[in-house]
Design a protein around this ligand. Structure first.
Ligand code: SAM
Length: 687
């Protein structure tokens, strides 16, 4: 089964109530005992994992708690409540929860209503509670210091799919006899793979098979007294050896584990032992925790993700202000172009689309300065075959109405405010971003600073692992470096095997006086935006042949001709030409496969050496880990899809740096990996 089939709409769980307790007919079990949920959770999960004291041990780090069986979210809320109650310094909290049968928001609310004292936390959870698409959903609380990564889908498929290490585990499936898939050997094997050294685990079950499994995979198990009528429960510590570490492995199962048994090869990963922090020298020179070079959409979203993860970050920008290049249009549209079939490109688009929608609406919420405009995006069907394609798309993707729906002609017209004469596909939660205002908001974060007019001329890593940047403003030092310099990247690193190309785009600006103004974004073979600054903007050109960013007349003519082809009812050539105010142009940065380059910066020479076997056998080297420059990352090549791919990519980079869970699964991580052209070139024996 290809991994990308792990993306689909899975719907909500069918549940009922039995004597006041939420009950699952599929598993013939209750979510918790009547009147006991809260005390039971505390006894079984919070206390044995010593969360309160461990969260205070290392305040500058992130602490990851992972739960198998999110259910009503009660365990999460209690854990979050405990974290909130700790005064003073504490670790950031990453809570990762797996759930194969997500409850509907209504059932979740009803279940949690039993604890009125959790009401404000419940509302915060429900506010961001995602649609039940398979895959990872990120919910952010306390300005990013606490996150919930909800991973929907069957545990056997999802546990191996995401890369992260956990400090504590809550095993809370239904009873093992009724819910074997949550407790089988494969699951326990992956708990071990995802455990930090001395990670703790607890569960209400003391079933023999669970205890044996945990022991075989490196957990020291202790039986302690259970809650209420339960005599025993299990508390455990992972004392096994991390896969890839050099210490001796004792258990044969652990040995097999260390050889890497996932179906995906390891070239996009680093051995755990490699990922050591840089040593900050004891000197007066200031060393930033992180530096991001570039302040387009990729750079600003990355800097914000780092700041939200609790890492101080300096942005260096060669222009006088952020968003000065291709991201600097007045309006950036969040618009997903979905392939006919649900393949891995579709998975990236959908993951990014869902992520960006909730990301921008979360950040906008409660702020007076408007940067995110969720006016909805309407994809119009210009003819019968387009309309058929939209219907097929909905059928293939099974989008729920809350994400996308087909609109009849009159609905499409009333929603867009235009005379369209066509039906359409409607994305109600999408919209457009005002990037410069967004950058202003981002830069208000207390952990962020920016230096403008700062041109970075070269980068190198010194013997202590610190990155040294020569800039027009002097030397700048950092522990972690992120390069988000789009088309200028080749000035800093060798991009021969990380190829990019400029992609010119121009939008056209017209006066709205003689035109109908759209209420939503309208898309076809281009897009038309709602009014901004007394203008209407549409476009954009897509030009791989010229590499200048001047506005040109002929591109305005192209945009006018084009929009009249896909939206002929809106206006005519004379009116549009008479309304012309001008254009705005920029050079986007794209890649040969039109997929961004996001992840660790490859050590090209070492990669070529380690993976040379691929030249003769493309299936070899599956166990070999990639070679990457320590603590250096790249985030470029988003082309015209930055609104879809930048926020999720930024979060991925922050996860690599902070050690938290990434929103990208292993398959997407490989798809975006900056080392993919090296691996492809070797596999085709072209390097
Ligand atoms: N921890 C939850 C809470 O705080 O409300 C209660 C969890 S309930 C006892 C068990 C959960 O495991 C259910 O939500 C169920 O849907 C989920 N589950 C069962 N089998 C699963 C599977 N194969 N993959 C993922 N989740 C599963």
């Amino acid at each position: 089964m290809p991994l990308h089939s792990a993306l689909a709409y899975i719907g909500y769980a069918q549940v009922s109530w039995r004597e006041g307790v939420l009950y699952s007919p599929i598993f013939d079990d209750v979510y918790y005992q009547l009147g006991q949920g809260k005390a039971e959770s505390t006894h079984v999960f919070l206390q044995p994992n010593r969360l309160c004291s461990r969260l205070q041990e290392n305040p500058s780090s992130t602490f990851t708690v992972s739960e198998l069986g999110f259910g009503t979210g009660l365990n999460f809320l209690l854990c979050f409540e405990e974290w909130l109650a700790i005064e003073g310094d504490k670790s950031s909290l990453n809570y990762v929860a797996y759930e194969g049968f997500p409850l509907s928001p209504t059932d979740l609310r009803l279940a949690l209503d039993a604890w009125p004292e959790l009401s404000s936390l419940k509302e915060a959870l429900l506010d961001q509670y995602p649609l039940p698409f398979k895959g990872s959903h990120r919910l952010v609380f306390a300005e990013g210091r606490a996150t919930l990564t909800l991973i929907f889908g069957d545990i056997g498929e999802m546990l191996p799919a995401y890369n992260f290490l956990s400090d504590a585990w809550f095993l809370d499936g239904f009873a093992p006899k009724r819910n074997q898939s949550m407790w089988d050997e494969n699951v326990i094997r992956h708990l071990s793979k995802h455990s930090k050294r001395l990670a703790t685990l607890s569960t209400y079950s003391s079933a023999g098979s669970v205890v044996r499994g945990l022991k075989e995979y490196g957990f020291s198990v202790q039986k302690i007294s259970g809650y209420g009528l339960k005599r025993e429960m299990v508390s455990a510590v992972w004392s096994g050896t991390a896969p890839g570490a050099t210490e001796a492995n004792h258990s044969p199962k652990l040995e097999a584990l260390s050889k890497g048994s996932n179906s995906l090869p390891n070239w996009a990963q680093v051995e755990r032992i490699q990922a050591l922090p840089a040593k900050t020298p004891a000197s007066d020179i200031h060393v930033s925790k992180c530096i991001v070079i570039g302040s387009g959409l990729a750079g600003t979203t990355t800097a914000l993700a780092l700041a939200e993860a609790g890492l101080d970050c300096l942005i260096l920008e060669e222009n006088p202000s952020p968003m000065s290049e291709a991201s600097g249009q007045d309006q950036l549209v969040l618009y997903g172009k979905y392939p006919k079939k649900l393949n891995r490109e579709a998975k990236l688009t959908l993951s990014g689309h869902i992520f960006s929608q909730s990301y921008f609406s979360r950040l906008q919420k409660g702020r007076p300065e408007i940067f995110w405009n969720p006016c909805g995006v309407l994809q119009v069907a210009k003819d019968q075959s387009d309309a058929k394609r939209h219907a097929e798309l909905l059928n293939e993707y099974q989008f729920p109405q809350a994400f996308s729906e087909l609109l009849e002609v009159d609905q499409a017209e009333s929603i867009s405010g235009l005379n369209l004469n066509t039906p359409g596909l409607w994305f109600p939660k999408s919209g457009w971003l005002a990037p410069k205002r967004f950058a202003e908001f981002v830069l208000g974060h207390k952990r962020l600073e920016m230096e403008t007019n700062c041109h970075v001329t070269s980068i190198k890593q010194n013997h202590s692992g610190i990155w040294e940047l020569d800039t027009s403003l002097g030397l700048r030092l950092c522990e972690h470096l992120v390069i988000a310099t789009a088309n200028q990247t080749s000035q800093l690193v060798d991009t021969n095997l990380m190829p990019t190309k400029p992609l010119r785009g121009q939008i056209t600006r017209v006066s709205p006086k003689s035109l109908s103004t759209p209420k939503s974004v309208v898309c076809g073979e281009g897009y038309l935006c709602p009014e901004v600054n007394d203008e209407i903007h549409f476009g954009a050109t897509y030009d791989l042949t010229s590499s200048h960013s001047e506005v040109c007349e002929e591109d305005n003519v192209k945009n006018i001709d084009n929009i009249l082809k896909w939206l002929p009812t809106w206006s005519n050539k004379e009116t549009l030409t008479a309304s012309l105010v001008g254009g705005s142009a920029g050079l986007r940065c794209t890649t040969p496969d039109y997929t961004p380059l996001v992840g660790r910066l490859p050590n090209t020479e070492e990669m070529l050496e380690r993976f040379k076997g691929l030249r003769y056998d493309a299936k070899s080297c599956r166990e070999t880990y990639g070679a990457y420059k320590a603590n250096a990352y790249i985030n470029i090549g988003h082309g015209s899809k930055g609104m879809i791919t930048c926020p999720v990519s930024a979060q991925h980079i922050a996860s690599l740096i902070s050690g938290g869970p990434s929103p990208l699964d292993r398959e997407l991580e490989m798809m975006l990996s900056p080392a993919r052209f090296i691996i492809r070139g070797l596999s085709k024996n072209k390097l």
